[in-house]
Design a protein around this ligand. Sequence first.
Ligand code: BTN
Length: 242
Amino acid sequence: VGQNLVTIKQVDSTNSFLKNLLSNSTPVSEGTVIMAEEQYAGRGQQQNTWHSEPGKNLTFSLLLKPHFLPPHQQFDLNRAASLGVYDALYPLLGDQLKIKWPNDIYYGDRKLGGMLIENTIQGDSLKDSVVGIGININQENFPEGAANATSVKQILQKDYDLTLILSEICKCIEAHYLKLRAGQTELVRNAYQQHLYWLNEERSFESDSGIFTGMVKNVLPEGLLVIADTNGRQMEFNLKEL
Ligand code: BTN
């Protein structure tokens, strides 16, 4: 992953760009990374937009071809990608670093980055997976709408080399991806579970049916989040419900 790196000055969204190449049948090899200095229509989870100050942060998409995975295991890609980012940043940031389900990267209670993974399915396996990642590195200030956001610079008061962090992230994602490919799915699932934000802590959650208090218990193989309410009753949520 990352051996073939394409840097673009300005693009709507690196995910859209890569998806366009694929839908035009342009040959793109597995592991190719498209990185943008500036995205003017960056996309986030659930139809959100992703804002990132030009030239300051990492905004990139990488292509995987997980033909060995059946569609019901696609959440393992979210795990592998989250863990890759986690492992790459851990030496810099340490224990405050967490993975917030499904694939946000948090430092303490603040969001450092997120990902948008878009998969295509062919028959009974996955075809292409466009893994789009945005990590705030050198941005110093965030708009009011992103009050929850932070960056490596805000935390460590230092500028970091984007391409260096990028290559570390690619290396670490590849390591987890290769475990999936070798059938070592449990290793990836356990590591993901270990770094989960809010695990066994009482928190308030907002679901479609209102606000409630509960505890994150685990993430099911297919990616549903299990939360226990104060009576110990366990409920399962997908991203649209929570
Ligand atoms: C989220 O937290 O909602 C996910 C944010 C994902 C942003 C990245 S930046 C690179 C790639 N291209 C996009 O348009 N989105 C992802």
